[in-house]
Design a protein around this ligand. Structure first.
Ligand code: SF4
Length: 397
């Protein structure tokens, strides 16, 4: 367990630890062709494998009937190894929310959550709403299938209100391990196993375990695999991807240069450095003003609205004056290209932190809206299944 406020950027070395097996999803299309050729197979086999994995969502060699039977097993073993095994699945919301705990090749546990939303939404934000440039508090009619994924096993950012942060960082996930969480969800949806009929994953939010920008290369690789057109990738719109961060300023600036039209979500949780130094310990490295300036540079580069995530914690960060200060800061740095997602805190077992009173939450919203800042209160899907990040995995350790 990390000491209070201690930050971990590099996972501690573990005796005998090895890297996850190489997977097709770790490789860009040209790298796949080269890797297949290196094994003495025609390069076009890489396209066949890509079609099976990304377009048909198949990794069973017996189903790859266009590949000669003699080489199917070898190619599957080389490029489609099993990276994650489900060890617990819990559903709620009439089956439209499904949380999975995965055991990775080395025993590390991570979580992903699949959420299906139907039709009109009003007032409450869904995970993935940040990707939508329409005013978030209006009522719209649409279906949305969002997957919330983990990018690290554990997390080194040590936010004191978060179960994952309290357990520390185990290791970074590989690109393949991240992509597998979405492909598994896509299979369920395509197979009609989620109420509402067969469909496609429309949104991916990097808001599960881990700080995505602390595992930068693997996360960017995953974003490219998710958004590359089928069959090279899953063909999800870049606008449907949200990458969250607690505020790693150099990585935000790097993300702005990737040419990716993804939404940036900044987990701010406090508008003043004094409180944020405690609530989000990375603030001791990069202050609120530096983080918002980096977000403004991201907006300038991408023209995408930034989502400001703010977990409302009773009597800690939910005072009216903090709402006023937050609104002023956002108007000054991001203009109309900021949107605040208020997240009613889902307390971790035994924690002293708890959700705000309804009247305080309402007043916080009112004060932000008075300053012209779009604000929504996040739909807290999965609350009854240990919905805060890391809670379910923590419960089966
Ligand atoms: S809130 Fe996010 S960044 Fe902070 S410790 Fe938890 S997983 Fe890490």
């Amino acid at each position: 367990m990390p000491a209070p406020g201690e930050l971990t950027f590099t996972a501690p070395r573990r005796a005998g630890a090895t890297r996850p097996p190489r997977h097709l999803a770790d490789l860009a299309p040209s790298e796949r062709r080269a890797a297949v050729a290196d094994l003495g197979h025609p390069a076009f086999r890489a396209n066949q494998l890509s079609t099976h994995y990304f377009a048909r969502l198949v990794d069973d060699p017996d189903q790859m009937t266009d590949v000669p039977a003699a080489v199917r097993a070898e190619l599957a073993a080389q490029f489609l190894p099993r990276l994650a095994t489900p060890v617990r699945e819990i559903t709620c919301d009439d089956g439209t929310t499904r949380k999975t705990v995965w055991r990775l090749f080395d025993g590390a546990l991570v979580e992903s959550v699949l959420m299906r939303y139907f039709g009109a939404v009003s007032g409450h934000a869904e995970l993935g709403d940040e990707a939508d440039d329409a005013p978030a508090a209006t009522t719209r009619g649409r279906d949305r299938i969002t997957v919330c994924v983990s990018s690290q096993a554990g997390c080194g950012m040590n936010c004191p209100f978060c179960a994952t942060g309290q357990a520390g960082l185990t290791r970074n996930l590989s690109t393949g391990e991240i992509v597998e969480q979405i492909v598994a969800a896509a299979r369920l949806v395509a197979g009609g196993e989620v109420p509402g009929g067969a469909g496609r994953v429309s949104n991916v939010v990097f808001m599960g375990m881990g700080e995505p920008l602390a595992n930068y290369n693997a996360v960017i690789g995953a974003v490219r695999r998710l958004t590359d057109p089928s069959p090279h990738g899953l063909g999800i719109s870049q606008r449907g991807i949200t990458v969250s961060t607690v505020g790693l300023v150099p990585a935000i600036d790097k993300l702005a240069t990737e040419g990716l039209n993804v939404t940036l979500a900044v987990s701010l949780h406090a508008p003043d450095d004094e409180l944020r130094d405690t609530l989000v310990p990375i603030n001791t490295r990069w202050k609120v003003a530096e983080v918002l300036d980096a977000a403004a540079r991201y907006v300038a580069a991408t023209k995408r609205r930034v989502s400001i995530e703010y977990a409302l914690i009773r009597d800690i960060n939910d005072q009216a004056w903090r709402a006023d200060l937050l609104g002023q800061l956002l108007r000054a740095t991001l203009g109309h290209l900021a949107h605040v997602n208020l997240i009613p805190l889902n307390p971790t077992p035994g924690s002293k932190w708890t959700a705000s009173r309804a009247k305080d939450e309402k007043e916080f919203v009112r004060r932000l809206e008075n300053q012209g800042v779009p604000v929504t209160v996040r739909d807290t899907r999965g609350r009854e299944i240990d919905g805060a990040c890391g809670q379910l995995a923590a419960s089966i350790r």
